[in-house]
Design a protein around this ligand. Structure first.
Ligand code: NAD
Length: 359
C-alpha cells in the first residue's frame, strides 16, 4: 500500500486514515492544497476492491477539487474523503457520526459534503459531530443538495461546448447520451429535455433509467455500451475513467461533457480525444456548480436561490475561454485547464507563503 510513491500522489499536503471499530468505519481524508482556503470536497462511499484503490481514488479526487475550486475562483482549497464500504448495506447513522468525528479531527483543514453514496441526510448526521460540513438542509445559510446546481452548471457547460463546436445556442435536436441518472444525471436530463435534446440514457439501477424514460421521453440503452452510443454528445454522470484504452478510439461523439469526476483514465486520453477532434469539457471545470453553491454556505453567505443559480452559469464563460485557447494552440482542453489551475494555485501559494513565484 503506497501513498507517497503512488502515481496519483501530487505533493498532497496531508493524507489522514481513520477507523472506528464499533461502526466499521474505514475512511481516508486527502488534503491536496490549502493555498486558497480549507480543502473542501465531498465524501464518497464505495466498496473499493482494495485499500490501494481507495487511496488512488482519494488522491486523484482531492487534486481534482484543488483544480476545480481554483478554476471556479473560490476561496477554497482541495480535499476529498472516501469511506470504504457499500453505501446500500454498510451505511448507518452511527457510521456517519463516526465519520463526522474523524472530519472534526482534521481541525477545519478539510470540509466535507456529499458525493457518490452520500445524501444530505447523511451530512446532517455528520453535522452533529463537526461544523466542518456543508451541503446541509437546515441552518441559516444552508445550501441544501448541491446536485441540481452541479447539473445546471453541466447544462451550461454543454451549451458552451455546443456553441463552440456547432455554433448553436441550444441543444435542440442533438442526441445526448447520459450515463448515470442519479442526483446529477437526472436533473441534467430535465434541463436537456426542456431545451429540446433527444436523450439516450443508461443506469445500472433500472428504476433510475425507467424514471428518465417516463419523465423525459428518453430511450434506455444498455449501461455497458452507453459510452459508445451513436450520439452528438456523451455526458458521463456516473463514475470516473470511462474514457480509457477500451473506449477512447471508439467513442463516436463530437463533444464529451458531463459531471463525473476523473473522466479521463489518464492524461494521455485527453490528448487522444483532442487528436480525434472530440471537444472535451474538463470535468472539474464543468462540474463545479455544486461546490460554487456550497462555497456560500462555507463562507456563511446568505445568497438567494436565483442568485446562486445564475452564479453557476459562469461555467459557460470559463469553458469558452478554455475552448478558445485550445483552438488557438492545438493543445488538449484537459492540458490547458490543468495548466491554468496549477498556475492559479502556485500564485495563491506564493502569496500565502510570502514567496515570489520566481523564487
Ligand atoms: P449518484 O450516486 O446520485 O448517481 C450516480 C448514478 O450512476 C447512480 O444512479 C448509479 O446507479 C449510476 N451508475 C453507477 N455506475 C454506473 C454505470 N457503470 N453505468 C451507468 N450508471 C451507473 O451520484 P451523483 O451525485 O449524481 O454524481 C454523479 C457523478 O458526478 C459522480 O462522478 C460525482 O463524483 C460527480 N459529481 C457530483 C456532484 C454533485 O453535486 N452531486 C458534483 C460534482 C461531481
Amino acid at each position: 500500500m503506497s501513498v507517497f510513491s503512488s502515481d496519483s500522489f501530487d505533493n498532497h499536503e496531508q493524507v489522514i486514515f481513520g477507523s472506528d471499530p464499533e461502526t466499521g468505519l474505514q475512511a481516508i481524508i486527502a488534503i491536496h492544497s490549502t493555498a486558497f482556503g480549507p480543502g473542501a470536497g465531498g465524501c464518497r462511499m464505495w466498496p473499493y476492491a482494495s485499500e490501494q484503490e481507495a487511496i488512488t481514488d482519494v488522491l486523484r479526487l482531492s487534486r481534482g477539487m484543488s483544480y476545480k475550486n481554483a478554476m471556479a475562483g473560490l476561496a477554497l482549497g482541495g480535499g476529498k474523503s472516501v469511506i470504504i464500504g457499500d453505501a446500500k448495506k454498510d451505511k448507518t447513522p452511527e457510521l456517519m457520526r463516526a465519520f463526522g468525528r474523524f472530519v472534526h479531527q482534521a481541525g477545519g483543514r478539510y470540509i466535507t459534503a456529499e458525493d457518490v453514496g452520500m445524501s444530505v441526510r447523511d451530512m446532517e448526521e455528520v453535522g452533529t459531530q463537526t461544523p466542518y460540513v456543508a451541503g446541509l438542509d437546515s441552518g441559516e445559510t444552508a445550501s441544501g443538495d448541491p446536485s441540481p446546481y452541479t447539473a445546471h452548471g453541466v447544462f451550461f457547460g454543454i451549451k458552451a461546448a455546443v456553441k463552440h463546436a456547432f455554433g448553436e445556442d441550444s441543444v435542440k435536436g442533438l442526441r445526448i447520451a447520459v450515463q448515470g441518472l442519479g442526483h446529477v444525471g437526472y436533473n441534467l436530463c430535465r434541463e436537456l429535455a426542456a431545451d429540446g435534446a433527444t436523450l439516450l440514457v443508461a443506469d445500472i439501477n433500472e428504476e433510475n433509467a425507467r424514471r428518465a424514460v417516463d419523465e423525459f421521453g428518453a430511450t434506455a440503452v444498455d449501461p455497458a455500451v452507453i459510452a459508445l452510443a451513436k450520439a452528438d454528445i456523451y455526458a458521463p454522470c456516473a463514475l470516473g475513467a470511462t474514457i480509457n484504452d477500451e473506449t477512447v478510439d471508439r467513442i463516436p461523439v463530437k463533444i464529451i461533457a458531463g459531471s463525473a469526476n476523473n473522466q479521463l483514465a489518464t492524461d494521455h486520453h485527453g490528448v487522444r480525444l483532442a487528436e480525434r477532434g472530440i471537444l472535451y469539457a474538463p470535468d472539474y471545470v464543468i462540474n463545479a456548480g455544486g461546490i460554487m453553491n456550497v462555497a456560500n454556505e462555507v463562507a456563511k453567505r446568505k445568497v438567494s436561490h436565483e442568485q446562486a443559480w445564475q452564479d453557476v452559469e459562469r461555467i459557460y464563460a470559463t469553458l469558452t475561454a478554455i475552448f478558445a485557447r485550445a483552438r488557438e494552440t492545438g493543445e488538449p482542453t484537459s492540458a490547458i485547464a490543468d495548466e491554468m489551475a496549477r498556475q492559479k494555485i502556485a500564485a495563491a501559494k506564493a502569496v500565502k507563503t510570502g514567496k515570489s513565484q520566481a523564487a
